[in-house]
Design a protein around this ligand. Sequence first.
Ligand code: IMP
Ligand code: MG
Length: 194
Amino acid sequence: MFIPFIVVKMQDYQDILSEILIDEPSLQRRIAELGDEISRDYQGTDLLLICILRGGLVFMVDLMRRITVPHQIDFMAVSSYGAGARQSGGSVRLSLDLKTDIRDKDVLLVEDIVDSGNTIAYVLEFLQTRQPRSLKVCALLDKPDRRETPVPIHYRGFSIPNKFVFGYGLDLDEYYRNLPFVAVVDTKKYHPPE
Ligand code: IMP
Ligand code: MG
């Protein structure tokens, strides 16, 4: 018996990209600078990098290899409600908690992008209750025009215009996170999966 099923065929990234906003060498150069800065600032501390999944993954993997001080890593995930998959905003909820006790640790959050600011604001408030020694934010990308909730960004990779981007950890409907650069989507050419 033939059971029909639907195969989601995602378009090739070349067909939906309007421009490469930040190419691979520029990303790697900036991440090396951030790694140097973090290594200087965190000498003699008990550094814990916390990757906010899933967008922060690729950035974290490159950044941690540019940090020369001893440190630990952990992961957490949050989901937002009241917003479509491709928007941010809405209310935020924890969906994966840390394994590490962060009390008295020097915590640095590693995030792909700060957009409305709601995600980081939630995570900062939540983690603060666990009494880390310090708590700071490192974001690869910052879209300041979209801010709804003011949040501190202690280490910022790039400030970018208000355009939807993908690649280097950032997704378009959960695909294309593997691309080694940050690209802008051409909304006229991209057809989201059903
Ligand atoms: P915020 O809570 O509005 O700051 O949203 C942050 C989250 O929304 C990020 O961690 C991303 O997962 C997602 N996001 C915001 N802008 C973009 C984008 O341009 N491309 C892909 N994901 C984005
Ligand atoms: Mg994210």
